[in-house]
Write a protein that binds this ligand. Sequence first.
Ligand code: ADP
Ligand code: ZN
Length: 202
Amino acid sequence: MGPQGSGKGTAAQELSNILKIPTISTGDLFRTEAASGSELGNRLKSIIDSGSLVPDELTVGILKQRLLQDDCKNGYMLDGFPRTMEQARLLENISQIDKVLYLDVDFDTVIERIGGRRTCPKCGHIHNVKFAGDPNYCSVCGTKYVVRADDTEEAIRKRLDTFTQKTLPIVEHFRQKGLVLSVDASRTPEYTLKQILKGLGK
Ligand code: ADP
Ligand code: ZN
């Protein structure tokens, strides 16, 4: 968990490789559906681009479907879920949560970062033009990066507001249960990953 631009997606990709468990990103699941052009996809696209949350029922339905797939048998990591108390309760009903990672960073830093964010439309790789590497083409598969349609200043501010109101209380809920590993996410992606691995005893 962590605010938009805290580096969740990047850390999750790396951790997936190291821990050998899949990362399930509800944002990615939604974007894939949106790109399919289905009726549901079109509905999702307008919600996402405006910076609002997708309704809980729809979100949980799509996530549950994904968790039934074979690769989730030995565990999984969630990126971008849960974001509301209702989602957290549902998750606690259907799975056992071992750890909650919290990527701690202030909002001024993330607003600046999101301005430089690029995503590969093919493989989902996330890059930031502020860090080293080719700013135009995906370092994993060579496809031209795109700027996400919901990375406008207005949509970002709205998402950060929602994060404060709806998601931060869940972090507190998990903290009281002793599940939270909080790391300083204000520096580089490498530094964030190093602290996570240390905190996990890896
Ligand atoms: P970010 O962390 O930058 O908001 P994501 O890819 O995680 O990016 O999410 C993009 C959008 O997908 C969100 O703004 C929201 O509309 C939708 N979304 C993702 N996860 C959830 C969720 N758990 N509940 C509701 N909506 C979600
Ligand atoms: Zn790629």
